[in-house]
Each structure stands twice: as structure tokens, then as C-alpha cells.
Design a protein around this ligand. Sequence first.
Ligand code: PLP
Length: 460
Amino acid sequence: MSDRETIMTDTKTIQQQDHAHYLHPFTDHQALGRKGARVMVRGEGIYLWDSEGNKILDGMSGLWCVAVGYGRTSISKAVYEQMETLPFYNSFFNTTNVPAVRLAARLSQLAPEGFNHVFFTGSGSEANDTNVRMVRRYWDLMGFKERHVIISRHNSYHGSTMAGASLGGMSGMHEQGGLPIPGIVHIGQPNYYDDGVGLTPDEFGLRAASWLEAKILEVGPDKVAAFIGEPVQGAGGVIIPPDSYWPEIRRICDKYGILLIADEVITGFGRLGRWFASEPYKPDLITFAKGVTSGYVPLGGVLVGSRVADVLIGQGGDFNHGFTYSGHPVACAAALENLRIIEDEGLVERVANDTGPYLKHAFGALADHALVGTAETCGFVAGLNLVKRKAENVHYQVRFDPALGVGMLCRAHMFNTGIIMRAVGDRMIIAPPLVMTHAQIDEMVALIRRALDLTLEEVR
Ligand code: PLP
């Protein structure tokens, strides 16, 4: 039997076991049973290999997380050494560990001014659950026990726990499990492409921000605890808000004394060309995960600004909240090494001044393709809309019948061409590793163009 045949046999066995035993997140298991899962076996730099030997350029950084690329031995070494020294100890009841303390201090240096405290979790979802409890605890301590409502946005993604999925605005998630839980309400998203007809982007940004004020007045300003949003919506389809949006949101939060939570699970650690994308509009709390360890091991948390930290610590005493893996020493050791790499290789500056602008130019050029209505980037996230008929004004472009599933078709062509791109309806998105070179960006865009050509042939 040849090597290739051995691998193929293994693939079939693994796929059968996979279907028999493994309940996957966000997966149609009937389709999985028919097609079999693609089995990923190895990663190096920006590339992945599957069990059938196909090499694939990972345009999604795993799941928006592998910022420094695959195969970084210095991270594996840091993890190994920490496991040998102290693989676990908890941070409950007056104990701590060295990597967790070092990481909290390092994150306080990297975070915007006024952020001197960190609460660690095992994931972004747990971090957003922490936010819900923390902002409610803050208002209780301030003597406003009625202020418990959190406002979020439709089509946002804040995780899969009960509170995370409730904060999120994904109708498909709310339909399952009786969500949202009480005390969480939603407003429209700043999606110029879908909702900005007849307005300039900045006019639309102000309009979308005004929905927050309208909701505050509807709920009652004395009942609203916080507003939460992703600087750029990721899972919702890389929705880049107009420049006018976030400063206006901050102004409205200030007007009513409401806390502003920036969910930077995707955008943190350089993806948008700053350590934290929300820095200019001064949030009160920042959710992080993913890029903090480049996904090598799970870790998330909340950066707590002084407005909340001073009350929680100064007046609060106990905060009855925490996870076994809060401040896990191995995860924190991985994060410290990952952050060292990001800093030493100047990845944040590169995205801001070099590779980010290069990607903007290269990816933006895809707008000339017959299938592409718009193609825009923000740092190292990008999205393009597949359209049936193009027009100069995005609001006059003709879209495909959603029932045709053109996005999923295109996604399959991407995969078969050797590039991972995600489909959100008919919007194709990427969030590539931050380590990409100019040549690799060119290679990625050429693969995308080839897959777009194949899609066009099929839908024409
Ligand atoms: N918040 C945002 C903005 C996310 O994109 C995600 C995951 O994609 C989460 C929260 C949830 O993070 P996790 O999957 O680590 O629970």
C-alpha cells in the first residue's frame, strides 16, 4: 500500500469515527455524515495540510486566532516548560501563579491608558459572561440596582454560552434554547451595504448610532447598565462601521452614564493595526481571547478599566465569580511568548503601516471581478460581496437569490483551490495570519481570484 493510500484509509476511518462520536460546534451533522469532515493534520506558517495531503492557505487564521502562524516552537517550548514546572494551580481564595501575574502586568502595559486590571477566563464566551456579571455588580455597588439591562446589536457575535449567545444578535442562535435571556436587548447593526440607502457612510454611521439612544430612552436610562459591540463585526460578515459610528456611540454612552464594552476577541492584539482597536473611543471594559495566545491554548479575559475596577476593588470585596481555568499557568505562559513574538516581529506596526495597506490594495483590486460588488479591508480583516449584477452605487447592485447559496458554493471552490475563506451568506471574508508577507498576500489574492472565476463559471 502506498503512503497516499494509507492516509486515504486513515481519513475514511477518522471520518467514520468522527461522524459516529463527535458532535461538532456549528455543524450540520447530516451533511457532515454525507460528505465526511475534512481532517486537518498539520500547520506551518500560514499553511495547513489535510489528511489527503492537500496544502491550504489559511485565510481565516484558524478561527480568527492564529496571529503568529502555525508551528512556533518557542510557544510549544514555553508551554512544555510551564507544564514541567507547574501545570496547574487555581487563582481562587488568595492564591496566584507567576505566569498569570506576569501576563496581567503585560496586558496592562499594552492596554489603553487606565486599564490596570485583568480578569482571566478560558474563552471569549466566558469573558462576555463575566462582563454581564461585572457590569451588574458595578451598578449594584454604585447603588443603582435597577441598572441591569445590556444593549447589544443584531448580527453581532459574542459567544455561545447562555449570556454570550444572548448578547450576540444571531437569530439562528436565539431560536435554539430560548434566548436571549432577560435583560439583554438589541439594536440594528451599522451595515451600510444593507441599510444605508440614500445616505453617505458617515450620515448612516450617525443614524445607526442614534438607534442606541432611541433604545436607551425606550428601556429607560436608569435601567441600562452597558452597551457592547465588536469594533468591526467579525462572524457577522466583517461589517466595517463608518468612521462616524463609534465616536457617536461613546458620546451617547457618556450622555447617559452607560458603560461601554468593546468585544475585541477578534480585533485585539494587532488585527486592526493597534493593540486594541477600540482605544480611540475609550471603552470601559475590553473582552479578549483568540489572538492573546494565537489559539495555541485556550485563554480569554476582560481588561477592566479604572472606572469599574476602582469600584469592584475599592467598594466590592468579593466578586463571586471565576473559573477553574482563570489564570491557567500554561495558557498564560503561552500568551506571554505569543505577545513577545507579536512585539519583537513588529506585527502590529506591520499591519498598520505595511502589510495592512498592501492587503487593502491587493484585496481591493478584486472589486474588478464580475462577481464582486464591493471588496473592502480594515487592517487584517476583509470581506467581499458576491453580486449578480454590479453597479457603481452599492445600493443598486443586484444580489443573488439567497436560496441559491452562492456564498457556500464559492467557499467550496476556495477550499478546493487551496484557500480558506469563510462565507456569511453571499459575503466572503478573511482574517489571515498577521505574519503574512507581501508575496503571500499576492498568492492569497491570486487563489481567491481563481476560485471566484470557478464560481462565476458555475453560476453564470
Ligand atoms: N466575541 C467575539 C467577537 C467572537 O468573535 C467570539 C468567537 O468567535 C467570541 C466572543 C467567543 O469566543 P470563544 O469562541 O472563545 O468563546
